[in-house]
Design a protein around this ligand. Structure first.
Ligand SMILES: [Zn+2]
Length: 699
């Protein structure tokens, strides 16, 4: 994966397998401009050349290649007030939002002669834009949930209530814990039930445990946010304060029992299969039978509990915290996860803490933009149908399929070239490579939302029903044959991912657009940019996590022991290199957290360079715009990552994002590529040139 998920919006808990470590290319906090327009307007003219104005030629490429390639972009693209960061990816996503807006406005305005897809996406959009109606309904949309919490009589009733609340709440976290289904780590063809840690309001468990001044300040601000949410629910200032303290104490206990992000990179630590009696033994104070019965799970033969220690702690808390405290906990989480879909004061409070304070945005995104994004998240494969008709031609598909094939061929060659790997392990690596499935553009079969009732006047109701549909879809998979054609992100998403349990690489139409991939451009920048993206996802199959899964997506070792040892030394070289970089102010990159992404960035670009060589072999490549073909390849690479970021956002990412900051995703790669030094005639000892003994190379 190249980017990361937006705090405010991120995907449905259930949509992502709880445990699979899907490597998303980038998935940045959303940003935006130009191409857009209404569905029937032509695209803006696009100049078929590298974007020279994004460069800063006053910088020596051998001193800071990222600044050289992106300095101009950074100057002419200040972060818009409603964004937490701004990037080439973010801008492209905003273009997509504009474009989707056109589709949605048309679908919303029409009320007759629409097909079922247009009805669904159009009415959803209409209901979201109906601010007057939303304002008028006040707390009504969550009244039933709040009443059910108020009526909670005994701890035995907790489980069915939590089941009900989880089913209907859409947000970036699940109530109390994450529950759903996942591929069996030992047998990827089987879908089993899964449970995982969750239930925290702050972005990571470390926010609750770190003792530095900034972490303490964030906790204090969070408690104030919780207080304000209770006040919005009608509590007196005094009660709200007391409730916020209770909430914070309860979340802290859960946070302490949660696994760190670095530990979660080890798939064996997350594999803890058991049967229902085992779960009942682990956490007897929660009525699992009634939880699963309310959610209508099929018969559960086996389930995977990602973090047993979390459920053990939850069990202890269920015994030690009085019922009233659980009511407090649930009330807050229902209101906080629904806040974005409620009246203006809830929306405002949610923005103030999560996007403004925590990530540095200055203004809220306009309503239409949020509404398009909710639509894309909840009904993405309905909205996506109109999108791909407009932006993904057959020629584009053929051209990108061809590029992917070339990159895979390069990987096969690369494996044979490795001087540190034994022939036996090489053979297994080739088997894994051959097992990778390529998914390009959009799904072969669209998701059928026909059972989701969408009306024009119940926004939160629509959100809840679409969320419930997604939960039920996840649950219904249990015991059924695996659908290898399924996608986890929508076609309009500007991102890509590798999923180790599916052993597939996925590139939605949204990420195969100019300026990332442009059929009017020559191969050098296209391979440098999108070729690198393809290579990045492919390399995820062979990074510190992906390499532990076999060709079928099972967690199964295929390495000879001495080869694995050499591999670990090589990945350690990469993580040591990145740990030296500063992410923001006093915070260094956590090289153990970003290891997989950094390995994929390096491997991806090496593969792209090789594939570009074969794609252009025999061609007489000429300099353009005063740049050699090799230079244009590397500038194309760097320009995928041009970005500006707010320090608040950088801080959140340093703690939660497995990707390094953009500058190091470029400079950290080129220092390890002698091909780069040669292209720009960089000399030994310059900052963009690692000395031979310091060069890191995994694949
Ligand atoms: Zn990645």
């Amino acid at each position: 994966m190249r980017k990361r998920i937006n705090l405010n919006l991120s995907r449905l808990g259930g949509k992502r397998p709880a445990l699979a470590v899907i490597a998303l290319l980038f998935s940045m906090a959303l940003a935006g401009t130009t191409r857009g327009q209404a569905a029937n307007e032509p695209a803006l003219p696009y100049s078929p050349s590298l974007d020279l104005s994004s460069m800063d030629k006053s910088i020596d490429p051998c001193v800071n290649f990222y600044k050289y390639s992106c300095g101009g972009w950074q100057k002419k693209n200040p972060i818009p007030a409603d964004q937490t960061s701004w990037s080439v990816y973010g801008k492209l996503y905003q273009d997509n939002l504009n474009f989707l807006r056109g589709i949605l406005e048309q679908a919303a305005a029409q009320t007759t002669q629409r097909d079922a897809v247009a009805q669904r996406i159009g009415d959803f959009y209409f209901s979201c834009m109906d601010e007057t109606g939303i304002e008028k309904s006040g707390l009504e949309p969550i009244r039933a949930e709040l009443e059910a919490i108020a009526e909670l009589k005994s701890m035995r009733e907790m489980a069915p209530l939590v089941a009900r609340l989880q089913m209907a709440t859409f947000g970036y976290r699940s109530i109390l814990f994450e529950g759903g289904s996942d591929q069996d780590p030992d047998d990827s063809e089987q879908i089993i039930a899964s449970l995982d840690q969750g239930g925290l309001g702050l972005p990571d468990r470390d926010y609750y445990t770190k003792e530095d001044a900034k972490s303490k300040e964030i906790r204090e601000e969070y408690v104030r946010h919780v207080e304000r949410v209770f006040e919005l629910l009608g509590d007196s200032a005094e009660t709200a304060k007391k409730n916020a303290e209770t909430l914070m104490r309860m979340e802290t206990a859960l946070a302490k029992a949660s696994m760190t992000r670095v530990d979660r990179r080890d798939p064996y630590k997350l594999k803890n299969k058991m049967k229902i009696p085992g779960l009942e033994e682990l956490a007897p104070n929660f009525d699992w039978k009634s939880y699963y019965s309310v959610l209508q799970y099929p018969k559960i033969e086996i389930l995977n509990v990602g973090v047993p220690a979390f459920f053990k702690q939850l069990n202890a808390a269920l015994a030690s915290e009085p019922l009233a405290n659980w009511q407090t906990y649930l009330r807050f989480h229902v209101a906080d996860t629904s806040a974005q879909y409620l009246s203006a004061k809830f929306v405002q409070e949610n923005f103030e803490f999560y996007r403004k304070y925590l990530r540095g945005a200055k203004e809220m995104q306009p309503r239409w933009k949020r509404c398009v994004q909710y639509n894309d998240y909840l009904l993405g494969e309905a909205l996506g149908q109109a999108y791909v008709r407009k932006v993904f031609s057959r020629e584009l598909k053929l051209s990108t399929v061809e590029m992917v094939r070339r990159i895979e061929d390069s990987m096969a060659v690369r494996i044979q070239q490795l001087d540190w790997m034994s022939p036996e392990t090489k053979q297994q690596a080739v088997v894994k490579l051959q097992g990778i499935r390529n998914k390009i553009g959009y799904p072969d079969k669209w998701r059928d939302y026909s059972t989701v009732r969408i009306t024009r006047n119940e926004f939160l109701g629509n959100v809840q029903r679409a969320t419930e549909f997604e939960h039920r879809r996840q649950i219904a998979k249990i015991g059924k044959p695996l659908d290898r054609g399924e996608w986890m992100i929508s076609p309009a998403t500007v991102d890509a991912y590798y999923n180790p349990q599916m052993n597939d690489i996925n590139f939605p139409a949204g990420v195969l657009q100019p300026p990332l991939y442009d059929m009017k451009l020559d191969d050098a920048p296209n391979y440098g940019n999108t070729g690198g993206t393809v290579g990045h996802e492919l390399t995820h199959g062979f990074d510190d996590e992906g390499s532990q899964y076999d060709a079928k997506g099972n967690l199964k070792n295929w390495w000879k022991e001495e080869d694995r040892k050499k591999f670990d030394e090589r990945t350690k070289c990469v993580s040591d290199q990145y740990s030296k970089y500063v992410a923001v102010e006093d915070v260094h990159i956590n090289g153990r957290l970003t290891m997989g992404e950094d390995v994929a960035d390096l491997g991806g670009e090496i593969l792209a360079y090789m594939a570009w060589g074969t794609a252009t072999s025999g061609k007489n490549l000429q300099p353009m715009d005063g740049l050699t073909p090799e230079q244009r390849f590397f500038i194309g690479f760097a320009q995928w990552a041009c970005a500006n970021e707010r320090p608040e956002d950088q801080r959140v990412r340093a703690q939660t994002d497995p990707h390094s900051p953009p500058e190091y995703r470029i400079n950290g790669v080129v220092v390890n590529m002698p091909e780069f030094a040669k292209a720009f005639s960089c000399k030994a000892g310059q900052p963009m040139v690692n000395s031979a003994e310091k060069v890191c190379r995994v694949w």
